[in-house]
Design a protein around this ligand. Structure first.
Ligand code: FES
Length: 323
């Protein structure tokens, strides 16, 4: 389920960008212009088999005739990346959601430091295009396992901003590896840091940045795939109370809050169902949350006044929700 209007698009081009990474170029099925988007935006893609997955747009946001996404074939795929790689063909018509953005560039005009880990390059590349177009100074560090697994090498190499990009290959000489402590050593006021990639990469970047004195408003991140949010051993049952009616709904160990609410006839809009997108964000009026999302900042989580019911649970016996 998605909160946005849907569009019909055609796969105009499918290409292999690197080992296990393919890109899709999507155009409006009726041949018209597509809704505009801003750097960092993503779309919901409705895939064969009824799956809905979020992918960041990686083309220049000034383009109105196409959306471009790139997808890594995940070894532990829940079916989404496999469907893109194996089932989709050029000419196929798909349903997508209109672009949404939870990873906006802020402080435009100010300096930016962009960090991408692997397939996390997709929104970062879009940001680089935007920053280059607006003449905003930036530096991009792109870390991957190897040159063969690095998407968009040619595109970046021929971009106007090529000289502002540093590649870091895990299997390359030590001197070119990403040295986070060095890259993040000088948190200048007016510089914003944007990072996207696997959870471990983002965690390392943010921890290093915070230790080096970067302030929270300077830090911006987006996970390209949700952290593990499946049911865990030891999950306890709890209750949620709907503030508007006083109704109490039990959430057993094996169900998420969203699922328990749905069974009771209460619908909460969801999209990623992984704690990544923020679509299901719900205000908490009372109780203590066990946060399992990657959407809220640590400070926001510590306030216990909002949570993502698609994956987060309760530490207290009951949560009172603003529903
Ligand atoms: Fe995306 Fe809950 S649906 S965070």
């Amino acid at each position: 389920m998605s909160t946005t209007a849907t569009l019909r698009v055609r796969v105009a081009r499918k290409a292999l960008e690197a080992e296990d990474i393919c890109s899709l170029e999507l155009v409006a099925a009726d041949g018209g212009a597509l809704p505009p988007f801003t750097a960092g935006a993503h779309i919901d893609v409705h895939l064969p088999g009824g799956l809905v997955r979020q992918y960041s747009l990686c083309n220049d946001p000034r383009e109105s005739q196409r959306y471009r996404i790139a997808v890594l074939r995940e070894a532990a795929s829940r079916g989404g990346s496999q469907a893109v790689h194996d089932a989709l063909r050029e000419g196929d018509v798909l349903t997508i959601g209109a672009p949404r953005n939870h990873f906006e560039l802020s402080g435009e005009g100010e300096r930016a430091l962009l960090l991408a880990g692997g397939i996390g390059i997709t929104p970062i590349l879009c940001m680089a295009e935007r920053l280059a177009a607006t003449g905003t100074p930036f530096e991009l560090h792109y870390a991957t396992r190897s040159r063969a697994r690095t998407a968009f090498l040619d595109r970046i190499g021929s971009a106007a901003f090529a000289s502002q990009v540093r590649f870091h290959f895990d299997d390359g000489p030590a001197a070119q590896r990403l040295d986070l402590a060095a890259v993040l050593a000088q948190p200048r006021a007016g510089t914003h840091l944007y990072v996207c990639g696997p959870k471990g990469f983002i965690d390392a970047v943010l921890a290093t940045a915070r230790a080096a004195g970067w302030r929270e408003p300077q830090l911006h991140w987006e996970f390209f795939a949700g952290a593990e949010v499946a049911a865990r051993d030891g999950d306890a049952a709890f209750e949620v109370e709907l503030a508007s009616s006083g109704r109490v709904i039990a959430v057993p160990a094996g169900l998420s809050v969203v699922q328990a609410l749905a069974q009771a006839g209460v619908e909460v809009m969801v999209s990623c169902e992984q704690g990544v997108c923020g679509t299901c964000l719900t205000r908490v009026l009372q109780g203590e949350v066990e946060h399992r999302d990657s959407y809220l900042t640590p400070d926001e989580q510590a306030a216990h006044d909002q949570f993502t019911p698609c994956c987060s649970r309760a530490r207290s016996a009951r949560l009172v929700l603003d529903l």
